[in-house]
Ligand binder design. Structure first.
Ligand code: IMP
Length: 194
């Protein structure tokens, strides 16, 4: 089965290819497709908007994900706004800086957080399937590690004590990550129903 990926992020595309390999063929997002505005109020809505945009542009089944970092001490923020937390043109360093600043007075025991990913696979007849994946952990006091992307250098997953996502290999991250978990569910759904 072939699915067109909605992501323009090479790190995410590589992760998704690694996790789905052997089960589903993931094709890259055609570069001529313009940016899709992600203005839904939640992750599910944004994942659907992205899948819809790619499916309509290509006429083929599409797969899209949306991820949020939900921080307990900030009542679930940045959540759906994670990509633009420090402003509309913010990069990962700006977002990390803002988050660490917001949490500067918050002790380690209260720095609980989770990454949550919602994935949507949408067919040209508008039928779709969806799955969610979560990884729980804490926000580190300062960045550590250069691997991965986005908020990886400040996320300490509970399953790997003392290391951020920025300090572990791709394959270690894929085993426990939000996107890994959501993708495994999607792969099982696709293989059992299609
Ligand atoms: P999006 O779902 O690609 O729009 O991601 C939303 C925000 O979360 C962006 O700032 C990403 O860099 C960040 N993000 C998504 N997935 C991950 C991840 O696996 N690790 C770290 N940051 C991530």
């Amino acid at each position: 089965m072939k699915l067109i990926s909605a992501t323009a992020n090479q790190h995410k595309y590589k992760e998704m290819q690694q996790i789905l390999s052997g089960k589903i063929e993931l094709l890259p997002r055609p570069p001529e497709i313009p940016e899709i505005i992600e203005d839904a109020p939640d992750l599910q809505g944004n994942a659907h908007l992205k899948a819809q945009g790619i499916m309509e542009a290509t006429g083929k089944p599409a797969i899209a994900d949306d991820t949020g970092l939900e921080v307990e001490a900030l009542n679930g923020e940045p959540g759906v706004l994670s990509a633009r937390y420090a402003g509309p043109h913010a990069g990962p360093e700006d977002n990390i800086k803002k988050l660490l600043c917001e949490l500067s007075d918050v002790p380690m025991v209260q720095r609980g957080a989770r990454f949550r990913t919602v994935i949507v696979v949408l067919w040209p007849d508008e039928t779709f399937i969806t799955a969610q994946g979560i990884v729980s952990g804490k926000i580190a006091l300062s960045p550590a590690g250069t691997l991965g992307f986005g908020y990886d250098s400040i996320f300490l997953p509970s399953e790997i004590p003392g290391k951020t996502f920025g300090e572990i290999s791709d394959s270690e991250k894929n085993q426990i990550s939000h996107r890994g978990r959501a993708l495994k569910q999607i792969a099982n759904l696709l293989l059992s129903t299609r």
